[in-house]
Design a protein around this ligand. Structure first.
Ligand SMILES: Cc1cc2nc3c(=O)[nH]c(=O)nc-3n(C[C@H](O)[C@H](O)[C@H](O)COP(=O)(O)O)c2cc1C
Length: 175
């Protein structure tokens, strides 16, 4: 079984990005398991805390990324880039230097928002960063008008989007 860890760059209770991630298990192909990891209690990265004994949530994040075959990152667009929450979990999972569990891990990127651009700048900025970290980009899915594509129960109601997400997840099984 291939497993991927799904991380949201939004802490908002009704976040479109987090809801997208919770919809992924129902869209995953046979042989792929998607686990959503909650980063709400991850502290802001502080190199002083990046010591032998890590904050518990940072240790759990690193262990979960290390155990996964790939990572899905869904981030809102904040001020034409990805969110600070996303940068924070990326920073934690990118260390120790040159040996962080995120480095070179295949990633699928999602940027969802209610606007017409689908978080295009966030998607592009996240893609640039992950490429610099050596991560192959398995798929990149922008979700414009997100409020019309996922319902309050967290089900994807736009078939084109569901198909894009299915195809993206299937990319983790290739190679
Ligand atoms: C601080 C802040 C900055 C934002 N900047 C942008 C932006 O540059 N472009 C955009 O399309 N939406 C922007 N938005 C709108 C968010 O992308 C939108 O609220 C989105 O739904 C947040 O993601 P979430 O639903 O996963 O929490 C911004 C929102 C906030 C709170």
């Amino acid at each position: 079984m291939t497993s991927v860890l799904a991380l949201s760059g939004s802490l908002r209770a009704q976040s479109f990005n987090t809801r997208m991630l919770h919809a992924l298990p129902s869209l995953a192909p046979d042989g792929l398991m998607v686990n959503v990891f909650n980063v709400a209690d991850l502290p802001l990265y502080n190199q002083d805390d990046d010591a032998d004994v890590l904050p518990d949530s940072a240790a759990r994040l690193r262990a979960a990324v290390a155990a996964a075959d790939g990572v899905v990152i869904a981030t809102p667009e904040y001020n034409h880039s990805f969110s600070a929450v996303a940068k924070n979990f990326i920073d934690w999972a990118s260390r120790p230097f040159a040996a962080g569990p995120l480095l070179k891990k295949p990633v699928m990127l999602i940027a969802a928002g209610p606007g017409p651009s689908g978080g295009a700048h966030a998607l592009e900025a996240t893609g640039t960063l992950m490429t610099l970290l050596g991560c192959p980009i398995v798929a990149s899915v922008g979700v414009a008008s997100a409020h019309e594509k996922i319902n309050d129960e967290g089900r994807i109601i736009d078939e084109n989007l569901a198909q894009d997400l299915r195809a993206g997840l299937a990319g983790f099984l290739k190679k």
